[in-house]
Design a protein. Structure first.
Lengths: 317, 510
């Protein structure tokens, strides 16, 4: 018994020392780092979080634990995260759009604000686009608007509230009429598109392989800038509608993270996000490149995002 | 189109010892997590995906398929043995599985579940590899209106399960539908009935409702009938007759039409993205009951009831791969996880997959078959073990089950909110049973409610006030007509008949 506890003690000491030997000067976590994902197991955010966490663990030797805290598009997770100790051991992964939307629509009811967190960085930007079946009688956003006017209303698939808001703002500006048909996911929208049940869909990544196979075609880009896989497709801003949708997957920690902890975590995640393994999977699954804005860039993106989404809400009213 | 060389090359890729061991490991893991209430194959697959990255595509996907298929068999085990579905898919299996266990035939019940599950699975795998491109095209034509009509049709078939009081049945279904409206509304994303709890944004968690209404409520009932002495969870006769412990070929063969019908229902619903296996299981059960010569024996331990539900919910898993492999569309979460495993390895499921990756596809077919056979073998051994467990004192079994429910729901929903909801619904279920309202009808209403509302909203958007447009959807019209016919056939007619016979009120659910 005694001998066993001595061995256990020595083993534990080595385990604790192991990461320290590698990087003596920097902060290292005393215990497991928990990365909470604001969505259920199996979604794109969850898979992204698990992939990046596994890579961080591989590169640093830290013990990473991924937990799912679904609810309200991340609101439930962030509400819990803000009450945690800022010791660098509790992090959260969410998507900005539902958070910004909730802050803009019912900010007084949320327990947190943008300032309630310190930020580690972003993993990537979701590629939002309007797509149609390859044989649709229009090829760009202007032609689509003209077609909608001529038809007196076309069915538009969507799966996130902000897409609906952008189309509402477009309706107001152009007087074209849309029948907005809600969906549960991008995959279901593609089902509706291929089956001819909607004329266009608003998609965030699921469409890319169908663009490549030639079943669907790009009509417009909802992001601020064009997409790498379809450089000729204009953004709706370029087509004269000053709105955009830039979904970022970002990592946050409770407010009050010491500067050295934040810097170490930011570095570790940046390295993992840009590793070949993560890059390859992100490209294979979402055709997206890693896009890390860094701690300050993430904060600025969110601050700007709140203002811009308010403009969008008012434009659709 | 069929190339024997490619097929043989694919199959020989699959049948290696390495793949066999991986699939077997997946099946064992799947059966285990499936049998633990609250945890399920989806959770196990999500956690396993990052680890499959280091494997080659075929072993990686074969492993995940093993987990998924193992989970479907595992979920039925606690449903049959202690009236506690291990996964929501197995909710319908409790209807006849548990009564048969109570009659002292737990091994017969679990074996019937296993065999019919394997049968349904094999059926849908064969359909997948023979006529899937055709089925996929048909499934694509199912637009919002057609899906809505299909949901109405499903409800009308299930009306056969309401029991003797139509009023109470409708009340239970309405309550289930009402609970499904909690959360963001599909049209304008306005939160409804969330009372400031952000965890409820996405609706009441399915796993909390399923475990609360079915599993925890059963534990409450057990508690209330405790007499302070130690009794086994299920009293088994000291010497079981040999034929009570196994399924004879004659018994299996007598269920062939039930299983075939269940498999067909599961395969069709599975091919349409978005409809899940519990809907298939309930529809199959209701049709089996209504077409049976002896519908009154259902709910009292009829092996046909077990065969109908398990064949249907297992055939969904193979059929879910139909839209996935042909169109790249995942039919449910498990399929979405398999698609992400494909994509992580740079393979794009879609129209060209059969053409470009023929060898992989046949390898996958080999893996599906291996998973199926391993499921049968592992199940044979596993079931004996599980069936022994219930001979332990009920105080031990049910406290363990309760603990597992709490831990499972905590993990699945990411917090205590889900656990609290589970207990609230356990009490609701307890009261509903006490006052003769059907819990199963409530659960069906809840399970189908979300998709029902979504397709209704979509249909209204598409029609945009112009209801004459329905005439452009002959499939939907046909389904509506079928719904009216089956509501009469399954719902009202048997009720009149039973009133005529002056039968005593007996709930369809225990």
């Amino acid at each position: 018994m005694k001998l066993r506890s001595i061995f256990a003690g020595i083993a534990a000491a080595f385990l604790l020392l192991a990461p320290v030997i590698g990087q003596a000067a920097e902060w290292s976590p005393k215990g497991s780092i928990v990365l909470q994902v604001g969505f259920g197991a199996g979604g794109s955010t969850d898979i992204m979080g698990r992939l990046v966490a596994a890579r961080v663990e591989k590169e640093t030797g830290w013990n990473m634990v991924v937990e799912n805290k679904p609810g309200g598009g991340g609101v439930a997770m962030f509400s819990g995260l803000m009450r945690q100790k800022p010791d660098g051991l509790k992090l959260g992964l969410g998507v900005n759009v539902p958070i910004l939307l909730n802050l803009a629509l019912r900010g007084d009811k949320l327990p947190f604000k943008i300032d309630s967190f310190d930020y580690i960085g972003t993993i990537l930007r979701g590629e939002n686009a309007m797509v149609a079946k390859a044989d649709a009688p229009f090829n760009n956003f202007k032609e689509f608007i003209a077609y909608a006017k001529k038809q007196g209303g076309v069915a538009v698939g969507f799966d996130a509230k902000p897409q609906q808001m952008i189309m509402a703002a477009v309706t107001k500006q152009s007087k074209a009429k849309f029948k907005m048909v809600t969906h549960k996911s991008g995959a279901e929208q593609i089902q509706s598109l291929l089956g001819g049940h909607v004329a266009v869909g608003c998609l965030a990544g699921a469409h890319i392989k169908y663009i490549e196979s030639g079943d669907l075609k790009m009509i417009a880009v909802f992001n601020k800038s064009r997409h790498s896989y379809a450089p000729d497709t204009k953004t709706i801003i370029e087509s004269g509608y000053p709105y955009y949708l830039d979904p970022y997957y970002y990592i946050a920690a409770p407010k009050g993270l010491p500067a050295d902890v934040q810097a170490t975590l930011a570095k570790a995640f940046d390295s993992a996000i840009h590793s070949d393994e993560v890059k390859k999977v992100l490209y294979n699954t979402l055709k997206a490149q890693p896009n890390n804005l860094g701690p300050e860039g993430t904060k600025k993106m969110l601050d700007d995002g709140v203002k811009d989404i308010k403009v969008l809400i008012d434009a659709g009213k | 189109m069929f190339d024997l060389n490619v097929a043989l090359a694919g199959l020989s890729d699959a049948f290696t010892l390495y793949n066999l061991l991986l699939v077997w490991f997946g099946v064992v893991l799947g059966q285990f997590v499936g049998a633990m209430p609250g945890t399920g194959p989806v959770m196990a697959m999500a956690i396993a995906i990052p680890f499959t990255f280091t494997l080659n595509p075929l072993p990686a996907i074969a492993f995940l398929i093993g987990v998924n298929k193992g989970g479907l068999v595992g979920g039925a085990i606690p449903a049959v043995l202690i009236n506690t579905p291990g996964t929501p898919d197995a909710a319908a299996t409790t209807l006849d599985g548990y009564p048969l266990t109570k009659k002292g035939k737990p091994e017969k019940a679990t074996k019937m579940a296993l065999y019919s599950s394997i049968t349904g699975d094999a059926f849908s795998d064969v359909v997948l590899f023979t006529v899937s491109p055709l089925l996929a095209v048909v499934a694509l034509k199912m637009g919002p209106l057609e899906i809505f009509a299909l949901m109405v049709f499903a409800f009308s078939i299930i009306s056969g399960l309401v029991g003797d009081s139509m009023a109470k049945g409708i009340a239970s279904a309405a309550l289930g539908l009402f609970c499904a409206t909690v959360g963001l509304d599909p049209e304008a994303s306005t939160p409804r009935f969330i009372f400031g709890i952000f965890e409820l944004y996405d609706g009441l968690p399915l796993v909390s409702i399923a475990l609360g209404m079915l599993a925890v409520a059963e534990i409450l009932r057990r508690l209330s009938s405790m007499r302070g002495k130690i009794t086994a969870a299920v009293e088994l006769p000291r010497t079981q007759k040999k034929e009570d412990r196994r399924i004879s070929w004659a018994e299996y063969w007598s269920c062939r039409y039930t299983m075939l019908r269940g498999s067909a229902i599961g395969t069709i619903l599975g091919a349409i993205p978005g409809l899940d296996s519990s809907a298939a299981a309930f529809m199959s059960y209701a049709t089996a009951k209504q077409t049976s010569k002896d519908p009154d024996s259902f709910g009292k331990g009829n092996i046909h009831g077990i065969a109908a539900t398990e064949a249907a919910n297992s055939s969904v898993s193979g059929a879910n791969l139909i839209p996935l492999l042909t169109l790249g569309l995942p039919g449910n979460i498990a399929a979405a996880l398999i698609i992400s495993a494909f994509m992580i390895h740079g393979i794009q499921p879609g129209p060209l997959l059969f053409h470009e990756q023929g060898q992989l596809i046949y390898g996958l077919f080999g893996a599906l078959m291996m998973a199926n056979i391993l499921n049968l073998i592992t199940g044979q051994f596993g079931l004996r073990l599980w069936a022994k467990v219930i001979k332990a004192p009920e105080s031990f079994i049910f406290s363990t089950a309760l603990l597992l429910c709490i831990v499972g729901v905590y993990m699945a929903t990411g917090g205590l909110t889900g656990v609290v909801i589970m207990f609230i619904f356990a009490i609701i279920s307890y009261l509903m049973t006490a006052f003769g309202y059907s819990v199963i009808v409530f659960v069906i209403g809840f399970f189908l409610g979300e998709r029902f509302e979504l397709s209704l909203t979509q249909s209204l958007s598409v029609l945009d006030g112009n209801y004459a447009l329905i005439l452009d959807h002959p499939v939907a019209l046909g389904l509506f007509a079928l719904a009216i016919a089956s509501a009469y056939w399954f719902g009202f007619r048997p009720m009149k008949k039973s009133k005529g016979k002056q039968q005593t009120a007996e709930e369809t659910t225990s």
